[in-house]
Design a protein. Sequence first.
Length: 195
Amino acid sequence: MSCPITINRFNLQKPNQNEILRYAKSGTDKASLDILGECLSLAENAIAPSACYKILDLKISGDLCDFGEFSVISSQLAKNLACCQQVAVFGATIGAEFDRLLIKYSKISPTRAVFLQAIGAERVETLCDAVCQEIKQKTGKALRPRFSAGYGDLPLETQKDIFLYLGLEKWLGVTLNESLLMSPSKSVTAFVGIL
């Protein structure tokens, strides 16, 4: 039996500077660290992490993953979800204000824009980890690695089903364009098998 949609705002752990530097493909020289510090200060008030998710019953038949309300055909997702009887489907975003900051700095300071992109990537990954941790605590069960539309043979078009099913525009303000790109850009959707 599936559960209602859970919608939450998250307080994320402190940014991992080493991970941000890795995303930015930057060294640890003083100039880089100074720019990183400045960009972390700029981003601090622009990040509003939120997510929604729903836990669904799962039936797998060959490559068909049936979630009750919708289904997808993907051999790799079916393999990822093998041994699971439930799955969580979620959407997560760090918000539109961060996109506005990225757009601003891409015009006035490409270097800062690179660091801000890296901060956004690290923050949305940290948010996805926090969502998975909450699902793990809520269910008391172990989770499979998350799997997103566009990975392997899971069609990117699956985004349409996820958006419709979770109401991501209504609950999180996340939209999907005709090219299946999400806005705000630092947004993620995924399936997480529950063991």
